[in-house]
Design a protein around this ligand. Structure first.
Ligand code: ADP
Ligand code: MG
Length: 342
């Protein structure tokens, strides 16, 4: 069954769609629900010009739980242990449920894909442990206005020079090694020996992200959060070593900027987000169309995600949408973006 999955995932990008529940402010605006799951693979949208259907590998409705979603994600974690690169990212407008899906709710009563994967990695390692020796390490980065920042670097000592200009986080640059492999130079990689340690690193990263967003007076939903977890496994029987990597990305909100009344820095922000998200869409659609040239170099986002997209990597994109009429335009834009990659 597992090997069927490896086959099934080969060179393929899977796209899930998740519709979140209606919220209070949407109820207050009236208008009602216009986006609904019609079956496991399709979403129906009531537009002013009639209904439209969108197809996905799987559709999750407002009733779907975090467990439901993870059941369909969990299998990818085994691939990481086996040495594959896996990338899971959430796409959608601000407020559509990306962070809920990837991280969970604030009090972690409903943990999302990230904390669940941390547990799954260590659970799976334990199952394999007599035959393998494992090492887990992680980097955590934020990409804001084309600037990559390290969220794991310790703030003490570093604070003085860095803080004033860019917040407490350290700058990271994209480089290529002699083999042409892209890597984030200057990114701190920290080892974790348990799911709890990995989660503590993640919390440290979130705190650092919050401080830097507050210092720069920006919303954290305007930046991309990129978490990379490397799992190195040494086969104790034959000594062979393989490294898999799980990339977990909570993308910046995909909404278009208002045309009037936005400040300069908001426009710069919006342009940078637009550019990176459309570059990501271009890469994914090139990969799924199996085009000979994949335009990774068009943005820092696609460069930093390069080793987790295409090649041997398995990619899962989750498009998050609101069910409500007041968000119809952005929802259609997201659904079209997500189906364009298929
Ligand atoms: P985004 O990260 O896309 O901006 P959030 O994940 O922050 O959106 O979601 C906005 C709000 O909606 C949050 O309060 C979140 O807890 C809630 N929410 C999102 N998706 C769900 C869901 N599937 N079930 C329950 N609450 C959700
Ligand atoms: Mg968010």
């Amino acid at each position: 069954k597992y090997y069927n999955m490896v086959e099934e995932m080969k060179g393929k990008i899977r796209v899930f769609c998740r519709i979140r529940p209606v919220n209070r402010s949407e109820v207050a605006q009236g208008g009602g629900v216009v986006v609904e799951k019609s079956d496991d693979h399709s979403v129906n949208v009531e537009t002013p010009r009639g209904p439209r259907e969108f197809q996905f590998d799987k559709v999750f409705s407002a009733e779907s739980t975090q467990e439901d979603l993870f059941q369909d994600t969990n299998r990818l974690i085994q691939l990481v242990i086996d040495g594959y690169n896996v990338c899971i990212f959430a796409y959608g407008q601000t407020g559509s449920g990306k962070t809920f899906t990837m991280v969970g709710d604030k009090d972690q009563k409903n943990p999302g894909i990230m904390p669940r994967s941390f547990n799954a990695i260590f659970d799976l390692m334990r199952e394999n442990s007599p035959r393998f020796d494992f090492k887990v390490s992680a980097y955590m980065l934020e990409l804001y206005n084309d600037r990559l920042q390290d969220l794991l670097v310790s703030q003490a000592g570093e604070a003085s020079a860095q803080t004033q200009a860019h917040g407490p986080a350290r700058r990271v640059e994209i480089k290529r090694n002699r083999k042409g492999v892209v890597f984030a130079q200057g990114a701190e990689t920290k080892e974790a020996s348990s799911a709890q340690e990995l989660y503590a690193l993640f919390q440290q990263a979130c705190a650092s992200r919050h401080i830097s967003a507050t210092k720069m007076n920006v919303e954290s939903s305007r930046s991309h959060l990129i978490v990379g977890i490397m799992v190195e496994s040494k086969n104790l029987t034959n000594g062979s070593v393989s490294t898999g990597k799980l990339s977990l990305v909570d993308l910046a909100g995909s909404e278009r900027a208002a045309k009037t009344g936005v400040k300069d820095h908001q426009l710069k922000e919006a342009n940078s987000i637009n550019k990176s998200l459309s570059a990501l869409g271009d890469v994914i659609s090139a990969l799924s169309a199996e085009l000979p040239h994949v335009p990774y170099r068009n943005s820092k986002l696609t460069q930093v995600m390069q080793d987790s997209l295409g090649g041997n990597a398995k990619t899962l994109m989750i498009v998050n949408v609101s069910p409500s009429e007041c968000n119809l335009d952005e929802t259609l834009t997201s659904l079209i973006y997500a189906t364009r990659v298929k």
